[in-house]
Ligand binder design. Sequence first.
Ligand SMILES: [Zn+2]
Length: 232
Amino acid sequence: MRPPICAFCGKDFRDSTSKGGLVRFKLTADEIESNSRKVQSNIVFHPKGLEWFCGDHILAAKKLSHLSLKSALIKMSAPTFANQCSEIITNTSVISLFKSINVNWHSVLHLLAVDENIINIKPATKKDKSWSPMDGCFPPNCPYSLTEESETTHGQTSVRHSYTVAYWNDDEISNTQYSFYYTQKNKILFALSAYANANNPITCVDFKANQISAEKFKHIVSEIMKMNLTQI
Ligand SMILES: [Zn+2]
């Protein structure tokens, strides 16, 4: 039997086993076979489908114990909220997310309840190209990134978003990234970022919020995502 190291976060809780514990998951036919072979051979082993979870993760693991260990770990790695939002934006590329938020810029500012003075200011836009020399290759033969950004500022409040397409060469996209920031006095109140391999649909979404309640935050994100679906 392995020492108590959380299968989800890697935390070693040998010194405080009181909170964590073992969880038994559904076994596949192969795992049942493997376990019984080892029992018969009479060697020391850690049974398949039985794993340690620390105090922070044992409840979530127990709730998923009707699944195989692998499926449970995949489910646990997607926090519920991010998971819901990710489902909404499946099949959306970074560029279409950027474009739809651009089209709905006013509505987004309203949702964020930014200072009234900022709502009617036309966003400033800019486009940039930057080179990334590597492997002895220099412009124009090295990888490069194209970035497009829109920003509305008023006093110490700023709302901006951008996307970056990283190219290996003119015919090959490496990845695309999106980011959205609402800041006041250089402090982030709301941020959203998304990542996609090449120009594929977004696979990874991240959100951050300060001084905005979880419920409001969730509402803003889901409204933004809905705009994304309806406008493009
Ligand atoms: Zn853990």
